[in-house]
Design a protein around this ligand. Sequence first.
Ligand code: GLP
Length: 246
Amino acid sequence: MNVHVYKDFEALSKEAAKRVEQQIEEKSASVLGLATGSTPIGLYRKMSEGVKKRGMSYRNVQTINLDEYLGLDPEHPRSYHTFMDEHLFKFIDIPEENRHLPNGKPDSVEEECRRYERLIDSIGPIDLQILGLGTNGHIGFNEPGTEEDEETHCVKLADSTREDNARFFGSIDEVPTHAITMGIRSILKSKEILLLASGKSKAEAVKTLLEKKVTKDFPASFLWNHYNVTLMVDQEAYGLVKTEGR
Ligand code: GLP
């Protein structure tokens, strides 16, 4: 795992966007794996600026999002479909049919999970997967206790995750209890992974990750089993890492 430490959220977002743009310049029909949450918002803003100010184009790109809340229509204001529209898709020229997220209201959850994994395998492998980091070490919605060989599946959200995400919903009671998420195995199929972490609230999780102990109690630690992962972190999120001898 490469570890890059940046001054702040702005610098981190700028460098992450540079890597995404470089990927698209090298291969215009790239497959990008996308994440939601506060952390990638800066990256998405920079990508949007690239389209507006520098003529970047995503017209041949396919995107595959990590997860979606179960029980929310795509049009629901707090669905990840809506999040992606508001923070990225409405600002870039990616065709609608090239944007993929799990359906949060499927007739059959099992069938939807199978469909999504088949989709990853058919248009993938993902060239560049963006990940945020949950305070409990989750990636996507792979909560502590998840197995490394899981593909897309339905999860019961951890209480801590529902508390963390209550800020988007107004109250914890409105946060869905379940979600569909790409599994660890689905994520590790990607050719390259960028894991982003920003702010003091992530410092403990970053410290745990960098202890290099691979365990299902801290799902992000499975990233140590991938050959091409870069952790992009700002100084606040890096604040608890002991740097002597590194
Ligand atoms: C959410 C998402 C994850 C995200 C994480 C961190 O629950 N499912 O994909 O990485 O939590 O979110 P944030 O960036 O807001 O801290």
